[in-house]
Design a protein around this ligand. Structure first.
Ligand code: DQA
Length: 157
């Protein structure tokens, strides 16, 4: 069974206290339930993790790599400045999807840069919790070799 580790960065464990116009009304636990339901349907074994600490996220990336899992990561604000996360993600050989609840490209200037972007397979931003589901579905399709069309970059899950 395809394994996916979903990693969430700083402040994502407190969505209920954050700006709902940007991040929606669901808690991270509620998002996890949605994603788990979808993962089960598409035959993915899911590990879900959240930390407010950069080092813990780096270790979680190492663990995902060692487990041969694909990675879905919402690094929170670390997206914009953590070269350590970028270096860790760059070691991944499986698919890595960067997810953001909000559309970081339509927000403050400092949010428009993702330093992890060069180390990921692809990214989804601006679709709220659906972004995590889209990421899972992309990984499932790539793993099944059923991604529509082969004109895109060569991504092996
Ligand atoms: C975020 C966007 C980041 O800029 C912010 O710091 C977050 C959440 C998102 O999911 O939209 O914490 O990654």
């Amino acid at each position: 069974m395809k394994r996916v580790h979903v990693l969430n960065g700083p402040n994502l464990g407190r969505l209920e206290w954050r700006d709902s116009a940007q991040y929606g009304d669901l808690t991270l636990a509620e998002i996890e339930s949605l994603v788990r339901a979808r993962a089960e349907t598409v035959g993915i074994e899911l590990t879900w993790f959240q930390s407010d600490h950069e080092g813990a996220l780096i270790e979680a990336i190492h663990a995902a790599i060692d487990a041969g899992a694909s990675i879905v990561i919402n690094p929170g604000a670390l997206t914009h400045y953590s070269y350590a996360l970028a270096d860790a993600l760059a070691m991944a050989e499986s698919t890595v999807v960067e997810v953001h609840l909000s559309n970081i490209h339509a927000r403050e200037d400092w949010r428009r840069t993702s330093v992890v972007a060069p180390a990921v397979t692809g990214s989804v931003a601006g679709f709220g919790p659906i972004g995590y589901v889209l990421a899972i579905e992309a990984i499932a399709q790539i793993a099944a070799g059923s991604a529509p069309g082969d004109q895109g970059p060569d991504h092996s899950a």
